[in-house]
Design a protein around this ligand. Sequence first.
Ligand code: UDP
Ligand code: GLC
Ligand code: MN
Length: 412
Amino acid sequence: MPVSDQAFVTLATNDVYCQGALVLGQSLRNQRATRKLVVLITPQVSSLLRVILSKVFDEVIEVNLIDSADYIHLAFLKRPELGVTLTKLHCWTLTHYSKCVFLDADTLVLSNIDELFDRTEFSAAPDPGWPDCFNSGVFVFQPSLETHGLLLQHATDHGSFDGADQGLLNSFFSSWSTADIHKHLPFIYNLSSNTAYTYSPAFKRFGSSVKVVHFLGPSKPWNYKYNPQTGSVLEEGSGLANQHQTSFLNLWWKIYQHSVLPLYSSFRDEEERASPGHSADIGEPCTKPAVGSSQPWPAEGPSEQTVVTDDTPPSPKGCHSEDQLADKAEGGPPVETLEPSQEPPVDVTGDPSPQDALEVDLAMSVFEISIEEKVKELSPEEERRKWEEGRIDYMGKDAFARIQEKLDRFLQ
Ligand code: UDP
Ligand code: GLC
Ligand code: MN
């Protein structure tokens, strides 16, 4: 029986992480999840990806980006890009749900995990790097504006020891390691794909029970090259650690190829039917939140779509007061940071950090994906012709940042 007041929730602050969210959402659907699927996005996510996300998720909800701007701790973590994960805290504003399970966009669900809703806040699995801390890639929580406010206050008062959400959540829910064993999720609900390598005998013994794989760390599935002919990611230059990791990566790519890529082609076909000859016109590039009637959602999208804009902030008044969290974006999308004034302006473009090649052309049929394709610089005329033919070239390094650039140029 579907349960409509509970939800699986994820987060994507840019178009690259949206690819992960799409595979995660599809993997939950494949495993017949009986709860709603919700993705939190920020203003940096493009109109195209909002439409595609709406085909997989019941709700696509826009929230403000929160960036810790804590460069020192983030440098120590060796993940300078993770300050924006504080945006995760906005999941507590989803008060139309009584309970939720948060999953990072780099997780993949292998079996039905509805039983996680039997757990209570705050349940999470141990972090493989420091098991007295929980990993914040999978957790059970109860939306509450009060908790949301307290978390933001805690962030402002104490910061985060890793500069991102996991440090903050661990110091906020500080009794997790000792208080209640029921709040310790088994590791099979958040198996870090690269730690299978560090304890192979355990993986051999328990690996078949794994329910959620987490592609923790700087290399994400979308950074690997995939050969659809062999159904396998390429080893070359990819730093693959072990065969278990490879099979999880292959699974991720299989879902991407079979269920996510076709969403782009079907979207293009719908657009072509609606407006022959203008299939590349996907609406305004997302530099602002989509508001009201100008939103580019397809008519047949899921029923319970909500776009929370700045006019209807998801958080209670007072939690975002300027003395707590400063909005550093000038004319750009709103960004909240934890350390007002002294810091240099943060990058609010949402551009992905340098990514390895994602060599797919989303506008081509999946069977035409060729690993031989390389980034090609086209002349403006050639590029324009390809757009007009609906042959949008999404290939190459920083593929999704390139989409945005091309959209901007094309629509000017
Ligand atoms: N995230 C995001 N945009 C970013 C970085 C992170 O949306 O630029 C979200 C996404 O849901 C991601 C989560 O925050 O899965 C945590 O980041 P990541 O998974 O990269 O951290 P890791 O698990 O590798 O420590
Ligand atoms: C962790 C978690 C991730 C979190 C990051 C930063 O490794 O997997 O969800 O965003 O740390 O705190
Ligand atoms: Mn993660």
